[in-house]
Ligand binder design. Structure first.
Ligand code: QAP
Ligand code: CO
Length: 192
C-alpha cells in the first residue's frame, strides 16, 4: 500500500473528466487500496481518482469512522481508527435524487476552506465493485453528499464551483495569494 500525492486547486487534473473503468484487474485493486490509505491518512471522508492524478471513474468513501488517540499528539502513529466502513464505487451513476440538504463541505483538494453547499438529500447510486459486479445503494444526508461531491470530481467539478460567483472568487483569490507568497518565500528567502 502507498500514500498517494493529493493534487490541489488549481491543478488542471481536477478539471478533467474521468473515463469509465473497463478492466477490473489487480491494478484497479491496487489503486483502490492506495486511495483508501491516502483518504484515511489525510484524514478525509471521500476521495476521487482525479484527486490522485488518475482519470478513471473510481471513488472511495467512508463517512462512518472515527479517529481516537491522545488529543495532544500530531503523530499519525498515535492514531487509532475505529468503525471503519470503506466503500468503493466504480463507474458510479446517480439514478434517483430527491430532497434538498445543505452541508458545510470541504475538500482535500481545496484544503482549509469550508462552505455550505446545497445538494440533494437522498440519492440512489448504481455502481460496480472491484469484481465488476453491479450494485445499487441509497445514500442519505452525509453519505448522499459524499457521493454527489465525489462524482462531481469525476466530472471535473469542485465544490467551490457550486458556490455563488462572489464566494468562489473570494476563495480562489485567497488561494492564489497564498500560493504566490509561498513561491516567493522558497525562491527568494532561505529563512523565515
Ligand atoms: C468530501 O472531503 C465531502 O480542508 C470529502 O484541511 C465533503 O474528506 C464529503 C479535508 C463534505 C461529504 C461532506 C478538508 C481535510 C477533508 C480540508 C474531505 C482539510 C483537511 C475533506
Ligand atoms: Co473533494
Amino acid at each position: 500500500m502507498a500514500i498517494l500525492k493529493i493534487y490541489t486547486f488549481p491543478d488542471p487534473v481536477l478539471k478533467e473528466k474521468a473515463a469509465p473503468v473497463t478492466k477490473f484487474d489487480a491494478k484497479l485493486q491496487k489503486l483502490v487500496e492506495d486511495m483508501l490509505e491516502t483518504m484515511y491518512d489525510a484524514p478525509g471522508v471521500g476521495l476521487a481518482a482525479n484527486q490522485v492524478g488518475v482519470l478513471e471513474r473510481v471513488l472511495v468513501i467512508d463517512v462512518d469512522y472515527n479517529i481516537e488517540g491522545p488529543d495532544d499528539s500530531d503523530d499519525p502513529n498515535d492514531r487509532q481508527y475505529v468503525n471503519q466502513n470503506p466503500r468503493v464505487f466504480i463507474n458510479p451513476v446517480i439514478e434517483k435524487k430527491s430532497g434538498e440538504w445543505s452541508y458545510k463541505e470541504g475538500c482535500l483538494s481545496v484544503p482549509g476552506f469550508y462552505e455550505d453547499v446545497k445538494r440533494f438529500k437522498n440519492v440512489v447510486v448504481k455502481y460496480q465493485d472491484l469484481e465488476g459486479k453491479q450494485h445499487t445503494l441509497e445514500g442519505n444526508e452525509l453519505l448522499g453528499v459524499a457521493i454527489q461531491h465525489e462524482i462531481d470530481h469525476l466530472d471535473g467539478k469542485l465544490f467551490i464551483d457550486r458556490l455563488s460567483p462572489l464566494k468562489r472568487g473570494l476563495i480562489k483569490g485567497k488561494i492564489k495569494k497564498e500560493r504566490s507568497s509561498k513561491f516567493e518565500r522558497s525562491k527568494f528567502h532561505v529563512e523565515l
